[in-house]
Design a protein around this ligand. Structure first.
Ligand code: 2AM
Ligand code: CA
Length: 283
C-alpha cells in the first residue's frame, strides 16, 4: 500500500488530520476564558486543563474511527516528566502508523487568553514523519505538510526566509517548564545569542514557532527539553518548506529529539555553533 493511499473508501490521512485539527481548534476557541479546571502537572509552570484533555479525546476518537489499527501518542495520555515521555515514545516509535498529537500546544497562553496556541497533529510511518498539521484557531491559520509534497498554509505554498546571517535573523525560543536542566541551559543560549541576532521572540508555543519558521516569519527557533508532540508536525513543515531541523549537536531530526534547532537552513550551522559556545560557557 502506498504511503498516501489508505484503504479504499476511507478518507486520506491528510483529510482526517485537517478535520481533527479544525474541529478541535474551533472547540478550544469556544472555551477560551471559559475553562473550568486548571491542574498543575510537575509545577506551576506546567499546566493542563479539561480542555486539553477534551481536545485530545476528540482527536483520538476521530482518528480511531477512520484508522482503528493505527497507534496513538498524545500528550495527555502520558505521565508528566521527560522520562515518562521518552518511555511512551519508545513503546510506539516503530509502529507502522503512529499519530502524534499535542491537543493544545501553548496551554499557558490558552489559560491566560493570550492568542498563541495551536493543535498539532503528525503522522509517522515506521518512525518517519509523513504528515504534519498545525492549526492556529485564533488566526484561523492551518499549516500542512506531507512528505515530499511541500508545505502550505490554506493551500498556498510556504517557504523559509532568506536571512543568511545571525545579525539579520529573528529567532525564537521558549522558557522550558523544567527548571533544573532545560531552563538554565536555554537561558545560556538566550544570553549568548541576544546580542548576535536581530532579536529574539518567545511567544509560548513551540509548534507555532516552528510553523512560523516554515512560513518565513522567523529565521530560526531552538529550545531545550521539548517532547515529540511539540515537534513532529512542525519539523516536517520546516523540512518541506526548505529549512532544516536538527538537535543541538547537529544530528538530523528524528522523533526522539528533545533539544531542537530549527531554521531556514542558511543560519543553521551558525546557530548551532553559538548554542554550543553558550552551553560550554561556565556560570
Ligand atoms: P504545551 O503548551 O503543550 O505544554 C513552551 O516553552 C513550549 O514548551 C510549549 O510548546 C509547551 O507546550 C512546551 N512545554 C511546556 N511544558 C513542558 C514540559 N514540561 N516538557 C516539555 N515541553 C513543555
Ligand atoms: Ca500541550
Amino acid at each position: 500500500m502506498a504511503l498516501a493511499d489508505p484503504v479504499v473508501g476511507s478518507k486520506s490521512f491528510a483529510a482526517v488530520a485537517i478535520n481533527c485539527a479544525a474541529k478541535a481548534g474551533e472547540w478550544i476557541k469556544t472555551k477560551l476564558g471559559n475553562y473550568q479546571q486548571l491542574d498543575l502537572k510537575m509545577s506551576s509552570h506546567d499546566l493542563v486543563t479539561e480542555v486539553d484533555k477534551g481536545s485530545e479525546r476528540l482527536i483520538r476518537g476521530l482518528i480511531g474511527t477512520h484508522f482503528p489499527n493505527h497507534s496513538f501518542l498524545g500528550e495527555e495520555g502520558v505521565e508528566p516528566g521527560p522520562e515518562a515521555s521518552a518511555k511512551a515514545l519508545e513503546d510506539v516509535r516503530e509502529a507502522e502508523y503512529l499519530w502524534i498529537v499535542d491537543p493544545i500546544d501553548g496551554t499557558t497562553n490558552f489559560v491566560h487568553g493570550f492568542p498563541f496556541f495551536v493543535v498539532s497533529i503528525a503522522l509517522a510511518h515506521r518512525g518517519e514523519v509523513i504528515l504534519g498539521v498545525i492549526y492556529d484557531p485564533s488566526k484561523d491559520e492551518l499549516f500542512i505538510a506531507e512528505k515530499g509534497k511541500g508545505a502550505y498554509v490554506h493551500g498556498k505554498p510556504i517557504e523559509v526566509s532568506k536571512e543568511d546571517t545571525l545579525q539579520s535573523s529573528l529567532v525564537a525560543t521558549g522558557f522550558p517548564a523544567e527548571q533544573r536542566y532545560a531552563l538554565p541551559l536555554n537561558m545560556k543560549g538566550i544570553q549568548h545569542l541576544a546580542p548576535k541576532v536581530r532579536n529574539i521572540r518567545s511567544a509560548g508555543s513551540a509548534a507555532l514557532h516552528l510553523a512560523y519558521v516554515a512560513a518565513g516569519r522567523l529565521s530560526g527557533f531552538w529550545e531545550i527539553g521539548l517532547n515529540s508532540w511539540d515537534l513532529a508536525a512542525g519539523a516536517l513543515l520546516i523540512q518541506e518548506s526548505g529549512g532544516r531541523v536538527t538537535d543541538t549537536e547537529g544530528a538530523e531530526y528524528h522523533l526522539g529529539v528533545r533539544n531542537v534547532v530549527a531554521s531556514n537552513g542558511r543560519i543553521h550551522d551558525d546557530l548551532i555553533k553559538e548554542l554550543r559556545e553558550a552551553a560550554d560557557n561556565p556560570s
